[in-house]
Write a protein that binds this ligand. Structure first.
Ligand code: SF4
Length: 341
């Protein structure tokens, strides 16, 4: 079991072989009047073809910032200040605006939390799908409309709603329409940033099941972002837990659920009901996430950690360590347990 330095070549991988998406040492900061906020700090992970990687953590932990960085839609005051994002052999951070326009939707699309904000209120959903198709493919309007009808059918919207405006659809239907747009060009990866958070739990569950079926049918990969860890355990192949801009733990979903290695992951799991597991008493996490203008020294979780090691956790920053072939966590307890602190 080895410690992983952020700059080391070996980082939390998905599987063997070339990953579809490879993020290395990503750094993003927000330049605010109060100072520089390191929202994402040396985060590395891979996603392979047809894999779902879920990112979870409390608000402000950096998970949505990662989604926005990968799709290059971050706007000032947010800046990518370091790292590399590769999509197969394409360097996303090195792309020109024209290259990015061609790349997005065709290879990588994104579904946001609020469908109402993602959809144009003055265009029918059909027109929006047709626009997305015609912006990237040399097809006639009739061909694009036929594809739009197909896509609506795929996401469970009756074709007679093709000329409906967003405000004429329910919240669930709007979110399905956004997913249809994301699927329009058969991308290899879809980034989903809290795609079901605004919906009630029944619709949420239906849509999650449908996304999973679509993934199996079309073979795309998903980077799925949510604050709801129990949802991720059901849905993802692997999970990454973010805390204060850093990756605290990453590994196969079942392993994280059965054998979490980081005290923050344990607290986070105890704060959500499981979807299909036994009933447990829910406990909040005491304290609140740190101010990232002046993050805590040592382990950023130490002010909230009830198992912190006195004299070490306040001083020494924990690096990700491998705890099983595909499981990594950043906590001093791991090597304390092994007796080689
Ligand atoms: Fe807690 Fe220390 Fe582990 Fe941080 S490194 S999570 S403070 S035990």
């Amino acid at each position: 079991m080895s410690a992983i330095s952020p700059s080391a070549a070996k980082t939390p991988e998905s599987t063997s072989g070339q990953p579809l998406l490879s993020v290395r040492n990503l750094e993003v900061e927000y330049r605010t009047k109060r100072g520089r906020v390191k929202a994402v700090d040396h985060v590395s992970f891979d996603i392979s073809t047809n894999e779902v990687l879920g990112l979870a953590g409390e608000s402000g932990c950096g998970k949505s910032t990662i989604a926005h960085a990968v799709t290059r839609i971050l706007k000032p005051p947010a800046y990518i200040t370091g790292g590399q994002i590769m999509f197969k052999s394409t360097d996303i951070l090195g792309m020109s605006d024209d290259e990015l326009r061609a790349f997005r939707w065709e290879h990588l699309s994104i579904v946001f939390q609020s469908a109402m904000n993602a959809l144009n209120p003055v265009l029918s959903v059909g027109a929006q799908i047709i626009d997305a198709i015609q912006a990237h493919m040399p097809v006639s309007k009739d061909e694009a409309r036929a594809r739009a009808l197909e896509l609506l059918d795929v996401v469970g919207i009756h074709s007679n709603r093709v000329d409906s405006y967003p405000h004429q659809l329910s919240g669930g239907m709007r979110q399905r329409a956004v997913i249809a747009i994301a699927l329009a060009l058969n991308p290899e990866m879809i980034i989903m940033d809290e795609p079901t958070t605004a919906l009630d739990v029944v619709v949420q569950k239906q849509i999650i099941q449908e996304i999973r079926q679509l993934k199996d049918k079309f073979g795309f990969s998903i980077l799925f972002i949510t604050h709801d860890l129990s949802l991720l355990v059901e849905f993802s192949d692997r999970i990454g837990i973010m805390y204060a801009g850093e990756l605290a733990e990453i590994g196969p979903s079942r392993e994280i659920f059965d054998n979490p290695q980081h005290p923050y992951t344990v607290r986070l799991m105890n704060s959500f009901p499981t979807i299909s597991g036994p009933r447990i008493e829910l406990k909040g996490i005491p304290g609140s996430p740190p101010d990232l203008v002046t993050p805590p020294s040592g382990c950023r979780f130490h002010p909230r950690c009830d198992v912190a090691i006195a004299g070490r956790c306040q001083e020494e920053h924990p690096e990700l360590q491998q705890t099983s072939p595909r499981h990594f966590a950043a906590c001093h307890l791991i090597d304390e347990r092994k007796g080689n602190s």
